[in-house]
Write a protein that binds this ligand. Structure first.
Ligand code: HXC
Length: 510
């Protein structure tokens, strides 16, 4: 018996070494942790249970039969994060660059199937070069089956991808089908084909960082939802994120104890809106002052900063926040902001996370750049996402709610459940100046006359009361009581039941 146990230990030690000491050292030298070190940081202490430690590839081409490593380049299993079950797989770059063989794919599929069957989130940690070139179509087939599982699990369990090294091919397409992608600055890259292939095909000379670094994907392409300084920070932030996310689409949101009273007033909010309607203020100040313990996990912080999206809690329960940001482009809705917020709203709706919307929006961004770029379709994405959402929707208009953007931003007309406005709200087709200049074009040459018209429009529409008179705003509230009002509204909506008509699926303007 002793010998058998020793043999097991020997085999386990060998598997833990992955591609060997030298490659582990190379990994560390690049500022990266190994797959097992990453899992250890991600999961609760001693909670990780590994599966398929001894799986090896079965390829016999290109001399591969002589080169086998137990585990075959991916560490898979399950454990807990702050006590809740999570499935995980982490690519081991020290074994064939973490590339995917048929056996490697089967390990991932096993974990995907278990996560879906047992309705628990799955986290993939990527540091890999895509399909294992020596395996040909077996590797491609493996990816196809992983992709299929990504799609079937979408909207049922949260799927999170953490990119922690150079990733190509299938190792970017599978993450692209998950809910969120996080990267590590300077050590992680995502591209369908790397710089060498780019040079050959298009003759472009580009570095890995320029082609698919964290900066590119968090600011330009919007592929990644956030980037962190290093592996440790990224993994600790993933633990924080998981505390916000439900385990599945039927579990309800997690509830964390909080000492932050739902009745806590904040009198500084009474002076948040500047007297000058064209002066910006930071909507994040409102978010931080209203949510539990100022704890806000922002999604896509660096992209389309004219809209803010992220998770917070009210009375310990997760909410999704969408807020126009007057500090950036006056909070206007453009194509990027619409796409960003639409995807976030849809995530919340999939997973029954109530949505709180803070509105201060001067409208959609005019111009050829936006129109040629498909603003109509991108703006429609956000409208569609809000309109189809059946989760509790609480909206607060702080200042401007102009034009179509008023409708889009979770208005009463698209099934907003509780719609509040501050007394500073201005709900109108457009700003007073623009309106007067269109309605009284013939008076434009007389500045005094047109000013009278502007003042008249301002008096009539630059307030929340016309909308409140019609019931489009449920109540005009005092800013300092915002937290109390939203908490009460969310409580009241706790058992909301609303179903859309049966359909196979909708046809959101993609
Ligand atoms: C087999 C691979 C591999 C692969 C890397 N390696 N990628 N082995 N198949 N796909 C091996 C290398 O041979 C090397 O082995 C080790 O991993 C480390 O690779 P390096 O190139 O030395 O590392 P680095 O310079 O950091 O570059 C990493 C990389 C690069 C950017 C990922 O290796 C690369 O471009 N790989 C190929 C990417 C690719 O085109 N994959 C196929 C995509 S097609 P040794 O023994 O020297 O340590 C695909 C189809 C899916 O995925 C379908 C999508 C829809």
């Amino acid at each position: 018996m002793k010998e058998v146990i020793e043999e097991l230990e020997r085999r386990r030690d060998n598997a833990r070494l992955g591609g060997g000491i030298q490659r582990i050292e190379a990994q560390h030298k690049r500022g990266k942790l190994t797959a097992r070190e990453r899992i250890e940081l991600l999961m609760d202490e001693n909670s990780f249970e590994e599966f398929d430690t001894f799986v090896e590839h079965r390829c016999a081409d290109f001399g591969m039969e002589k080169s086998k490593t137990p585990g075959d380049g991916v560490v898979t299993g399950w454990g807990t994060i702050n006590g809740r079950v999570v499935y995980v797989f982490a690519k081991d770059f020290t074994v064939f660059g973490g590339s995917l063989s048929q056996a490697h794919a089967q390990k991932i599929m096993k974990i995907q199937d278990m996560a879906l069957k047992n309705r628990a989130p799955i986290i993939g940690v990527f540091d890999a070069g895509g399909a294992r070139i020596q395996e040909g179509v077996d590797a491609l087939g493996g990816y196809g089956e992983v992709f299929q599982r990504n799609v079937l699990a979408s909207g049922v369990i949260p799927q999170i991808s953490v990119i922690m090294g150079p990733c190509a091919g299938g190792d970017v397409y599978s993450p692209a089908m998950t809910d969120f992608i996080f990267m590590v600055k300077d050590t992680s890259y995502m591209f369908v084909t790397g710089p060498d292939v780019v040079k050959t095909v298009t003759n472009e000379t580009v570095t890995a960082e320029e082609l698919g670094g964290a900066k590119v994907h968090t600011t330009k392409s919007s592929i990644a939802d956030r980037a962190y300084e290093n592996d440790v920070e990224a993994l600790l932030q993933m633990r924080r994120l998981m505390d916000f996310l439900p385990s599945n689409n039927q579990s309800g949101v997690p509830v964390l104890p909080t000492s932050d009273s739902p009745d806590r007033p904040d009198y500084s909010l009474d002076t948040l809106i500047p007297d000058n309607p064209n002066k910006p203020y930071d909507i994040k100040e409102l978010i931080l002052k209203v949510v539990d313990e100022a704890d806000f996990f922002e999604i896509q912080e660096a992209y389309a900063r004219n809209i803010v999206t992220g998770f917070a809690r009210m009375e310990g329960r997760t909410i999704g926040i969408v807020a126009n940001q007057p500090m950036v482009l006056a909070g206007v809705l453009d194509s990027d902001a619409s796409r960003k917020a639409a995807r976030f709203v849809r995530f919340c709706d999939c997973f029954e996370i109530p949505i709180v919307t803070f509105v201060d929006v001067p409208g959609f961004l005019p111009g050829t750049a936006q129109e040629y770029g498909g603003l109509i379709k991108h703006g429609a994405k956000l409208l569609f996402a809000y309109a189809e959402a059946t989760v509790p929707k609480v909206t607060l208009i702080t200042r401007k709610a102009y034009g179509g953007a008023y409708d889009v931003m979770s208005s009463k007309h698209i099934r907003g459940d509780v719609n509040y406005a501050w007394p500073t709200a201005e709900i109108a087709v457009m700003g007073a100046k623009g309106a007067a200049e269109i309605l009284y074009r013939s008076e434009l040459s007389d500045p005094a006359k047109i000013q009278v018209r502007i003042d008249e429009y301002q008096r009539r529409f630059a307030n929340p009361f016309v909308a409140a008179e019609r019931g489009y705003i449920d109540e005009v509230i005092l800013p300092h009581g915002t937290r109390r009002r939203i908490c009460r509204a969310l409580n009241m909506l706790r058992n909301k039941t609303l179903e859309n008509p049966w359909k196979k699926h909708d046809n959101i303007p993609l």
